[in-house]
Design a protein around this ligand. Structure first.
Ligand code: PBG
Length: 331
């Protein structure tokens, strides 16, 4: 309900900093942030990623240092992604099932260092491990097969849970994988391991730098449109979310982030569940490029975009700017 001018002047409450603070509806804190980190082999290694300026791959010791930094900054969760050596990639992605793979070693090291002070979220999909760069198993025609892929994803999830993962985050977009993973976790003593479903994940042009970071961009032929969603669709996103919730997802994710805030809002209004968004690599790179080109101010762009996610209904945001933002927010 709002009155007529001049009895009501909406600028009145905006006229001073104290008043703007008092009337502010939405807040971002470091506790809203999930920090994605890229792992590489070796020790003492930092490899900057050219297409993600300011982001590096770290060897496990460096990942542990970033994890401690996250705790110090008040960031509750890190998300881990491995860069797998070429000789460990194969058509069937079986390195995903190796209990001693880079991912598992990093999970264990972070849990050892930070315990319950930090959650570890792990991506479930085969693209860091396949020599064709697809998220699943492919048949002779190149089609990514669903049910056989789900079986491998279940094994990958259990492998990560055994290493200490707190949140399993399937990003593969196969049908039925959430239920299969939930059953397997329940059946093996991991009932409290959460699932954050990449439930509405679109076949997006914004993932390019990520594929450089995990080393799949040179391998991938074609696209992921037979499993990731058509950017034109909203109703289908709601069906994806409903299915994943029904199969046992504790929270759902919309991805990419900023161009899909309408989806976040509809999911939140429809299901009233915890919704997260992934401000993906191409979005990060665009902000960095804008700042570099002098057409925008980095810190302001970062904070404004994070606020937009919260305003749209997100419980939290996966962002490569997490540590920087947490520092700006005084964490
Ligand atoms: C892999 C995966 C992707 C991202 C997260 N997990 C890329 C893809 O689906 O090709 C993208 C994240 C980003 O761009 O920052 N399944």
């Amino acid at each position: 309900m709002t009155g007529l001018y001049p009895a009501t002047r909406l600028r009145r409450t905006r006229s001073t900093a104290w008043s703007r603070a008092l009337f502010r509806e939405t807040m971002v804190t470091p506790a809203d942030l999930i920090w994605p980190l890229f792992i590489t082999d070796g020790s003492g290694v930092e490899q900057p990623i050219a297409s993600l300026p300011g982001v590096s791959r770290w060897s496990v010791d460096g990942i542990v240092a970033r994890a401690r930094e996250a705790v110090a900054l008040g960031i509750p969760v890190v998300a881990l992604f491995p860069y797998t050596q070429a000789e460990r990639r194969s058509a069937d992605g079986k390195e995903a099932l190796n209990p001693d793979n880079l991912m598992c070693r990093a999970i264990a090291a972070v849990k050892q260092a930070c315990g319950d002070e930090l959650g570890v979220l792990t991506d479930v999909a085969l693209d860091p491990y396949t020599d064709h760069g697809q998220d699943g198993l492919v048949d002779n025609s190149g089609y990514v097969v669903n049910d056989a892929t789900v079986e491998v994803l279940v094994g990958q999830s259990l492998n990560q849970a055994r290493a200490g993962a707190d949140i399993i985050a399937p990003s593969d977009m196969m049908d039925g994988r959430i239920g299969a993973i939930r059953d397997a976790l329940e059946g093996t003593g991991y009932a409290n391991v959460q699932i954050m479903a990449y439930a509405a994940k679109y076949a997006s042009a914004f993932y390019g730098p990520f594929r450089d970071a995990v080393g799949s961009s040179g391998l991938l032929k074609g696209d992921k449109k037979t499993y990731q969603m058509d950017p034109a669709n909203t109703e289908e996103a709601l069906r994806e979310i409903e299915q994943d919730l029904g199969q046992g997802a504790d929270s759902v994710m919309v991805k990419p982030g900023l161009p899909y805030l309408d989806i976040v809002r509809r999911v939140k209004d429809t299901f009233a569940v915890p919704v997260f968004a992934y401000q993906v690599s191409g979005e990060y790179a665009m902000i960095e490029a804008a700042a570099e080109a002098g057409v925008g101010e980095r810190d302001a762009l970062v904070l404004e975009t994070l606020l937009a996610f919260k305003r749209a209904g997100c419980s939290g945001v996966l962002t490569y700017h997490a540590a920087h933002a947490a520092r700006l927010l005084g964490g």
